[in-house]
Design a protein around this ligand. Structure first.
Ligand code: ADP
Ligand code: TRP
Length: 326
């Protein structure tokens, strides 16, 4: 069994999960977790979110939204371990220990810090220390493989350095993890053609109720070609999104409609809206069932945390012993 582990951010001012997250992270993550040779530890990184989100209600509702989305897409919590980072307080203790071995310049060199370093008064110590907490998320569970986006590559290199440094001083203690970076991960475009992202406010949350979802789709930016004019599918944001969800024949048919003319962007948007609703009908239903049953979400997260702590505690105990804290 290979243990794969990854943290899922619950940041942002609203925990909405968008089509980019689904196609770029949730579905590939679930595929990976389904392979018989893998055992997945997926967690919601709510302690990390405290570096930016200070509002308790926002944090909690983000956690629920992210959890409900993963579960709605069928993440199997029996085979795998699904938990909230803050439900395993062992990670904070390990973070202190590793802090005391992490050279200041290593953290000062992290992109996550450097990007903000121009305005140091806006940087809190938690943000500076973000990579150590992330390393502890990984090392606490003896994770072997860590699927992440390219932007997290440097954090993984730091994690490996921290693990190797500690192992060198105190003999084999941590598993040195390998990053799994899929260079081919598709970039889902947003309603304005840039990468879909919460930070650009150009995203489509597929879990919205029908009316709001339709409204979000209708906001996709297009050029101003009239109804009767032929249109270029390859430069159209509506077509780009349609094409990500469509099967081959739907794709070909839509392309023909664009090129033939007498097919307006309003028609294409309506078709995209219908395709989203049809493609994700089960997941949308399940998402709302879960969001309306918080006790069930709490219960699942609680069970996940108990499983996670069983793995975390012996690792932490080993570290305590080596450092003379028994
Ligand atoms: P956002 O940019 O909306 O804040 P996050 O950075 O929280 O999204 O991304 C969470 C996960 O979703 C990451 O693994 C990221 O790779 C994936 N993801 C986010 N946006 C996209 C996108 N437009 N296309 C593909 N994958 C995406
Ligand atoms: N920093 C990661 C991100 O921004 C989230 C994360 C936190 C993570 N801890 C992790 C990812 C541990 C992988 C492993 O996406």
């Amino acid at each position: 069994m290979a243990r794969i582990l990854t943290g899922i951010q619950s940041s942002g001012s609203n925990g909405e999960v968008h089509l980019g997250n689904i196609l770029g992270a949730i579905q590939p993550g679930i595929e990976l977790s389904k392979k018989p040779e893998n055992e997945a530890f997926f967690f919601i990184a709510d302690l990390h979110s405290l570096t930016t989100v200070k509002d308790a209600e926002v944090r909690l509702s983000n956690v629920y939204a992210v959890a409900a989305a993963w579960l709605a897409f069928g993440f199997d919590t029996d085979k795998n371990t699904f938990y909230r980072q803050s439900d395993v307080p062992e990670v904070c203790e390990l973070t202190w220990y590793l802090n005391c071995f992490t050279p200041f310049p290593m953290l000062a060199n992290a992109h996550s810090f450097k990007d903000k370093a121009e305005n140091l008064s806006d940087v809190n110590a938690g943000l500076f220390d973000y990579p150590v907490l992330m390393a502890c998320d990984i090392l606490l569970y003896d994770a072997e493989f860590v699927p992440v986006g390219k932007d997290q590559k440097q954090h993984l290199e730091m994690t490996r350095d921290m693990a190797k440094g500690f192992n060198h001083k105190y003999d084999e203690t941590f598993v040195v993890p390998e990053p799994l970076i899929d260079e081919r991960v598709m970039v889902v475009p947003g309603t304005d053609g840039r990468k879909m992202s919460k930070s650009y406010n150009n995203y489509i949350n597929i879990f919205l109720p029908d009316k709001q979802l339709r409204k979000a789709v209708m906001k996709i930016e297009t050029d101003s070609k009239g109804l009767e004019e032929p249109k270029d599918p390859d430069t159209c944001n509506v077509f780009a999104l349609y094409s990500l969800l469509a099967d081959e024949s739907q794709d070909i048919e839509m392309r023909k409609k664009y090129e033939a003319g007498n097919y307006g962007y309003g028609h294409a948007k309506q078709a995209l809206f219908e395709l989203i609703v049809e493609t994700y009908s089960e997941e949308r239903k399940r998402y709302w069932e879960l969001m309306e049953d918080k006790p069930q979400l709490d219960q699942l997260l609680k069970e996940g945390a108990a499983k996670a702590r069983k793995v975390a505690q012996p690792v932490l105990q080993k570290v305590r012993k080596k450092l003379g804290f028994n």
